[in-house]
Design a protein around this ligand. Structure first.
Ligand code: NAD
Length: 256
């Protein structure tokens, strides 16, 4: 395997799990994220699976930094085969109190960065006649929950963009798909649990049962490996005709 995967936000949570799964399969991994121990995380995974790794802490709020992240990946690995647009943030508030800056940052990181990264990677994928763009949207890309106006808007936007890129990549062997998980126990969700417990005077257990998993028929968090398995499938050479679609891994939430 001499393919390269860039996974944004891969020094934490879902992205880290995807990076480990790809490393295990022999992909070179471009790690990325804001965690201060990102370099150590990348090295540990690289050593464990004996694959080439690099790390960048490019801030996705900055489109030039995103372009540099893509060109750094291509110069370091000489290819960019898999782009997983995974990094994301969350903020929960009724719209009347929703700070504008939080709204703008969620749209910038969760949606605009998908555009800038895919745009910058596109030329290389065309040259290679191979590309797999995998966008980590959410069940909130197809369903709404109150108090998540920015997040739901961004995640719906990512699904729209996924469809367009699939059309543009057709017959170039560039596919684009979205993965839409329900709740996954990562730092992003652990923060939400803590904040919701405080805001509603509930225990963290009550928040999990009565707020988070309320809409999910399967009363379990989505396992990280379920998401990385799906990403590996979408990345395969043989997955050329799987494109433009969204895979809900949501414990039946969106079946309702
Ligand atoms: P996480 O908080 O564990 O990881 C987020 C990553 O994004 C981190 O590495 C962080 O450094 C990076 N990041 C955040 N802001 C950044 C910025 N400005 N510049 C560069 N990197 C930045 O979160 P997670 O739960 O693993 O979420 C990953 C993705 O999965 C997100 O897009 C999220 O919306 C989506 N998702 C999560 C869940 C869930 O329940 N955890 C469910 C559905 C979708």
């Amino acid at each position: 395997m001499n393919k390269t995967a860039l996974i944004t936000g891969s020094t934490s949570g879902i992205g880290l799990e995807i990076a480990k799964a790809f490393a295990k399969e022999g992909y070179g991994i471009m790690f990325h994220g804001l965690e201060s121990n990102g370099f150590e995380i990348a090295k540990e995974v690289g050593d464990k699976y004996n694959v080439k790794v690099a790390f960048s802490n490019a801030n996705l709020l900055n489109s030039e930094a995103i372009e540099q992240l893509i060109s750094y990946t291509i110069t370091t690995f000489k290819s960019l085969d898999i782009l997983v647009n995974n990094a994301g943030i969350q903020y929960v508030s009724p719209i009347k109190d929703f700070p504008n800056e939080k709204y703008e940052n969620i749209i910038a990181i969760n949606m605009n960065a998908v555009f800038y990264a895919s745009k910058a990677a596109w030329k290389q994928m065309e040259i290679q006649n191979f590309g797999r763009i995998i966008n980590i949207s959410s069940v909130h890309g197809i369903r709404a929950s109150e108090y998540k106006s920015a997040y739901v808007a961004a995640k719906h936007g990512v699904i729209g963009m996924t469809k367009v890129l699939a059309l543009e990549g057709a017959n170039k062997n560039i596919t684009c798909n979205a993965i839409c998980p329900g709740y996954v126990k990562t730092p992003l969700v652990m923060n939400q649990i803590k904040n919701q417990a405080k805001a509603h005077s509930l225990t963290e257990d009550e928040v999990i049962k009565e707020v988070m998993l309320k809409k999910q028929p399967v009363k379990e968090f989505i396992p990280l490996a379920t998401i990385s398995d799906m990403a590996l499938l979408l990345a395969k050479e043989s997955s050329t005709t799987i494109t433009g679609t969204s895979f809900t891994l949501d414990g039946g939430w969106s079946a309702q």
